[in-house]
Design a protein around this ligand. Structure first.
Ligand SMILES: [Zn+2]
Length: 152
């Protein structure tokens, strides 16, 4: 499994769901609800990021590195990224789906007070985002996303 030099991405504003998958897989992926094309291109160039886009116009008119996604379906998009970048061959630290920060393992006893009762009862492994303090556990939603990633 590769951990060195994973590609860094910047997803255009139609790719919010794909961004979450890439962050769970540990890829440094920027995403903005709205961003001007020029700012997107400038960020990509200055931070050495690949622009992911479904906008053919943007893909064709910029000299910044872009990757055009043909599919609309998330799994198919991930498969396109697998073919181009081998994303599944990397083993990276998962990132916060909200703010893109690498997650850290956390002891249950340290965060117990913040957990919903059912989560407290049924889950024992947790991760926390050091930036936005969001707590992660491997519930149904997470498992569905992992199942999708596994099936790439
Ligand atoms: Zn966060």
């Amino acid at each position: 499994m590769k951990i060195e030099n994973p590609p860094k991405f910047i997803a255009d504003c139609h790719l919010g769901k794909l961004t979450k998958y890439l962050r769970i897989m540990g890829f440094d992926t920027l995403y903005f609800n709205t961003i001007d094309d020029n700012d997107l291109i400038e960020l990509a160039n200055s931070e050495d990021r690949i622009i992911l886009t479904r906008d053919k116009g943007l893909h064709e008119r910029t000299k910044a590195p872009t990757f055009y996604l043909d599919a609309i379906d998330n799994l198919k998009q991930l498969q396109e990224l697998q073919r181009e970048f081998g994303i599944k061959d990397y083993s990276l630290v998962p990132r916060c789906i909200v703010c893109n920060t690498e997650l850290q393992k956390v002891q249950k006893s340290d965060i117990e007070a913040q957990l919903p009762p059912k989560v407290k009862k049924y889950f024992s492994e947790f991760e926390i985002c050091p930036t936005c303090k969001r707590i992660y556990w491997h519930g149904d939603h997470y498992k569905r996303m992992i199942a999708t990633i596994d099936s790439i």
